[in-house]
Design a binder for this molecule. Structure first.
Ligand SMILES: [Mg+2]
Length: 231
């Protein structure tokens, strides 16, 4: 892989610790709206329901079965319904305040800064994200990630999500990179690893949840430190 000049990253859960920050933000809202006292369910009981609903809906977006607006309308309603709290107004309040609240928290994934400091002098660094554009901008600008990336490609700019090859193609144009000189690192098997590989880039799968998917020529890492073996 010594021909690589450009390293593209996924943002959420690859560099910016979405799961951890989301948990902090939701815990804050849970207390703010006194959900435990009003309904008798602890945050620890609530959180798995949210996680399940959110991850499932993001998979449906990726597979083009629902829109982001549908996700926003459904994820908290489903989480509260499944927990046994029937309060659609509360679900709407959580959705309205969640994305505002989450950017108060800026934990990056373990090893991210060490890796970026190692790569920055040797490669041009970029991000391609399926996340919401305004939120993703704030995540980068207000966290330690700010200043490391030559380009950031937002799916929202062209309304095309990973793994569609057109977003990778658009990112190549935007960055002046060539796919043969580029590698992609991400934590979603379909959107990141399979998508980038199908487009013709090298790819590394960051298997944070021990999914253990495998494909020829796509190395799997369990910690960001391991990227150094390849770059
Ligand atoms: Mg991700």
């Amino acid at each position: 892989m010594n021909t690589i000049k450009h390293v593209f990253f996924d943002l959420d859960n690859t560099l910016w610790d979405f799961r951890k920050n989301a948990r902090f933000a939701l815990a804050e809202l849970y207390i703010k709206y006194d959900v435990e006292n009003r309904y008798g369910f602890t945050f620890e009981e609530f959180h798995p329901h949210y996680h399940e609903s959110n991850e499932g809906l993001w998979a449906l977006i990726r597979d083009k079965k629902i829109t982001k607006e549908e996700l926003r309308a459904r994820r908290f309603k489903e989480a509260f319904d499944n927990l046994g709290i029937d309060n659609d107004a509360l679900a709407r309040i959580f959705e309205d305040e969640y994305m505002e609240t989450i950017t108060n928290y800026n934990e990056v994934v373990d090893g991210a800064m060490e890796l970026l400091n190692y790569l920055k002098p040797k490669y041009k660094l970029h991000i391609i994200t399926n996340g919401f554009i305004e939120v993703s901008k704030r995540k980068i600008e207000t966290s330690d990630l700010n200043g490391y990336f030559d380009t950031v490609t937002y799916a929202d700019e062209i309304q095309i999500l990973k793994p569609d090859p057109r977003i990778y193609s658009y990112a190549m144009e935007k960055s002046g990179a060539n796919k043969k000189e580029s590698i992609y690192i991400g934590d979603d098997w379909i959107a990141d690893a399979v998508g980038a590989k199908a487009f013709g880039m090298s790819a590394i799968f960051f298997d944070r949840l021990d999914d253990n998917f495998e494909m020829d020529d796509v190395p799997t890492i369990k910690h960001l430190d391991e990227v150094r073996k390849f770059l």
